[in-house]
Design a protein around this ligand. Structure first.
Ligand code: NAD
Length: 483
């Protein structure tokens, strides 16, 4: 599984293309290992990709429905059949443990299967008309060429659900993955080429964020973006120039509440999983733990022990529970975030330090801050690392106020055995996703995913809400003359 170097190219108008600027990726578990060799394209090639997608649009839009569904299903089959290979590449390039990498590859396949079925669920509504001899029908049409821009933390699942969703509804796509982890997107492109997607329907461009993104957004009818909130603002500003439809899935500062009446074994397991597993690199990871005073000290003590018990190591080692941080930039940001917490006076009761392993990598121990307050920087800004801070509160009302006290509102959760408290929290949380006795992270593909602005913008991804973004509605009035 180690050693091979993926030679990854750009896929434009049905052909593989080398860009002018070459670069390599390295394994965050072992910085001496090169994982992939890629090249970035410039504005001219991105423009070609957009033109190819535009040319391919009428053919794909009219493509036989069953044949379109079959292509997506076959792509899903192949993603799953190759899940070990894709998962291993993902682990080497992004640093997720191998089971996590394989799980993500399988999820990508499931997304293709889900959207293959969506193809045949063409939506439409029929209405009686106010006027005699008329009726009204509301149908949905493909939005057009979709620009898909993805971050580094889910290198196969995220491109998969954006691409599968776009294709299912009859759109053509240009995908730009994060340059930290382009390998899985290259394998996805190879699979889509292999199953026989018509020329130009799917294109892959690897390039710098702004230079590539600007051309894509200018030329697309819709942009689906996942990444940081500040980048999302830049994407939205750019989209406003051309009135390109935008769907943004952005950062979180997700809170999990533990009440005195919680099942503490479940609550500890749930909080630890959501905060630290996958190295905390999930947009839905728990970063703030809000605990009522009756169980506060016990929760801190048990979570500190839990944090210290994880085996941190090379993502491909069988006994590793938490892999390295994905890249140098994030690693430096995580350690700086811990420093900020210490400067602000929070008490670091576990982890938060860089550690060495048998190979050179971006290893750090999961961090737990106690005695943090709502006002601290660490409780308002996304860390995107394995860093959890605990805030003590008096009761449910205060817990809800603190949970809702940040600008970001992606995911939230509560551990309680009280149906009343759970329902009150569910109703009053402003997050886009609310979890009761289950981790803030861990999403399913058949239901909407996303948060309120500024954690998200536009129609939610996945599930039934996908149609809102990937299609435009058309209302037709028909005078058929039959009364
Ligand atoms: P990022 O914002 O730095 O980059 C995301 C993508 O945008 C990359 O492909 C990047 O090259 C591209 N990009 C950069 N500048 C651009 C520009 N001006 N125009 C167009 N594209 C541009 O994010 P990241 O560091 O790769 O990922 C981490 C962030 O993603 C975190 O904030 C995390 O919360 C967020 N995230 C959100 C979700 C969600 O569903 N809400 C899911 C995963 C990750």
């Amino acid at each position: 599984m180690t050693g091979t170097i993926l030679q990854g190219q750009n896929f434009i108008d049905g052909g593989w293309r080398t860009g002018a600027v070459g670069f390599e990726t390295r394994n965050p578990s072992d910085l001496d290992e090169v994982v992939g060799a890629y090249s970035k394209v410039g504005a001219a090639e991105v423009d070609e990709a957009m033109a190819a997608a535009t040319r391919a649009l009428p053919g794909w839009r009219g493509f036989n429905m069953q044949a379109r569904a079959d292509l997506l299903r076959k792509a899903g089959d192949l993603l799953m059949a190759r899940a070990i290979e894709i998962g291993a590449l993902l682990s080497r390039e992004e640093g997720k443990t191998l089971p996590e990498g394989i799980g993500e590859a399988n999820r990508a396949g499931q997304c293709f299967h889900y959207f293959a079925a969506e193809v045949v669920r063409a939506q439409g509504e029929w209405y009686n008309s106010m006027r005699d001899g008329h009726n009204v029908i509301v149908t949905r049409e493909p939005v057009g060429v979709v620009a898909a821009i993805t971050p580094w933390n889910f290198p196969i699942a995220l491109p998969a659900w954006k691409v599968a969703g776009a294709l299912a509804f009859g759109n053509t796509v240009v995908l730009k993955p994060s340059s930290f982890v382009p390998g899985c997107a290259v394998l996805l492109a190879r699979i889509l080429e292999y199953v026989g997607l018509p020329q130009g329907v799917f294109n892959l461009v690897i390039g710098d964020g702004r230079a590539t993104g600007d051309v894509m957004i200018d030329r697309a009818q819709a942009v689906t973006f996942t990444g940081g909130t500040e980048t999302g603002r830049a994407v939205l500003r750019k989209a406003a120039e051309t009135m390109t439809k935008a769907q943004l899935e952005l950062g979180g500062k997700n809170a999990f509440v533990i009440l005195d009446d919680a099942d503490l074994d479940l609550a500890i397991e749930t909080a630890a999983n959501a905060a630290w597993v996958q190295t905390g690199q999930r947009c839905t990871a728990t970063e703030r733990l809000i605990v009522t005073r009756g169980v506060h000290d016990q929760v801190v003590e048990r979570l500190a022990a839990k944090a210290q018990g994880y085996r941190i190591g090379h993502a491909l080692d069988a006994d590793t529970q938490i892999g390295p941080v994905a890249n140098e930039k994030q690693f430096a940001e995580n350690l700086a975030f811990v420093e900020t917490g210490l400067r602000e006076g929070a008490e670091l009761v576990a982890g938060g330090v860089a550690v060495e392993r048998r190979t050179r990598g971006y290893y750090m121990t999961p961090a737990l801050f106690a005695r943090s307050t709502e006002a601290m920087h660490i409780n308002h800004h996304e860390s995107f690392g394995p860093i959890l801070s605990v805030i003590a509160v008096d009761d449910l009302d205060q817990a809800i106020a603190v949970a809702n006290g940040t600008e970001l509102a992606l995911s939230s959760g509560i551990a309680t055995t009280s149906l009343h408290s759970a329902e009150k929290f569910r109703r009053e949380s402003k997050a886009g996703m609310v979890m009761v006795n289950t981790p803030t992270a861990g999403l399913e593909y058949h239901v909407p995913l996303g948060g309120r602005s500024p954690s998200g913008f536009g129609p939610r991804e996945n599930g039934a809400s996908s149609a809102e973004f990937f299609t435009e509605s058309k209302t037709s009035y028909i005078n058929h003359g039959v009364n």
